[in-house]
Ligand binder design. Structure first.
Ligand code: DQA
Length: 149
């Protein structure tokens, strides 16, 4: 591939490594590897390079966000359950000076009340939820518009 126009970091939080077997009635049958493959294919069309990561650890998410400073021009994040609990991830995202797109496979607003609060939304440019794995593609497309007009 020619030199990518933008490096995009895609971060996935806890339990997203279990997609495909985890509550498929909520999250579908696609695995995280399927979603990554779709993202890599679409990123290539856009001329973007995608670094696609998953970790179950809150601290590692904070470290990856810190390391993204100066290294990427946009961030897509599905923080999983940490969305609803993590002030540490909120604070780390606040330091990042690139557009942040929050993604959820399901629509947390249509689920249990404890999923209605997001610590990511206040620091995100926007949120895409309820479209399954396709939400990641929509997020990359949103970054394309934001970064290239
Ligand atoms: C999720 C929604 C969260 O409430 C949940 O804890 C997840 C997945 C989603 O992608 O729909 O782990 O972020």
């Amino acid at each position: 591939m020619a030199t990518p126009r933008h490096n995009i970091l895609v971060l996935n939080g806890p339990n997203l490594n279990m997609l495909g077997v985890r509550e498929p009635q909520v999250y579908g049958f696609h695995t995280l590897a399927d979603i990554e493959a779709d993202c890599q294919e679409y990123a290539e069309e856009l001329g973007f390079a995608v670094d696609f990561r998953q970790t179950n650890s809150e601290g590692e998410l904070v470290t990856l966000i810190q390391q993204a400073r100066g290294a990427c021009s946009g961030l897509v994040i599905n923080a999983g359950a940490y969305t609803h609990t993590s002030i540490a991830i909120h604070d780390a995202l606040k330091i990042l000076e690139v557009p942040i797109i929050e993604v959820h496979l399901s629509n947390p607003q249509a689920r249990e009340a404890f999923r209605h609060t997001s610590y990511i939304s206040p620091v995100a440019k926007g949120t895409i939820c309820g479209f399954g794995g396709h939400g990641y593609i929509l997020a990359l497309n949103a970054l394309r518009s934001l970064l290239e007009g």
